[in-house]
Design a protein around this ligand. Sequence first.
Ligand SMILES: [Cu+2]
Length: 173
Amino acid sequence: MTNLFRSRLLALVLATGLLASPITAHEGHQHGATELTLGSLTLAGFFTKATLPNQPVGAGFLTITNAGTEDDRLIAASSPMAADVQIHEMKMDGDMMKMAELPDGLLIPAGQTVTLAPGGFHLMFMDLTAAFVAGAVVPVSLTFEKAGTIDIELPVLAKSAETPEAPMAHDAH
Ligand SMILES: [Cu+2]
């Protein structure tokens, strides 16, 4: 009797999601969603672009708004479509536009919006497992230091699609 009651109670707790930890809960994976929230963060405007059949890399873009009072940080990303997903920035090195992995991830300051856009910060999909095809989606899992992990789907736009560019990054030195 007691065991039956316990198993029913457990089933109820599982069904209502009461056991889900706020740190590991995946709030995302809503097909076709264009805006998702994770704690104090709002993710919007996500997209990627179609790749050529043998192109080894792709780039992903979105805006992240932190409505909280504490800074957060995008620290990791992964996707079944790539061997590795890195967090990159583009910047001028003399006359050359170069990109590099951000070793400490991307700071999302409290009360601010950070834009990942062509010419600036981006998600870099390394060693693609398949080409990105226009009209399809690329699933990616993003992990933030404080807000936790969320799964999103980047719609794949045509390679020629007009998209907003990031403001030109100025060199600090
Ligand atoms: Cu890159």
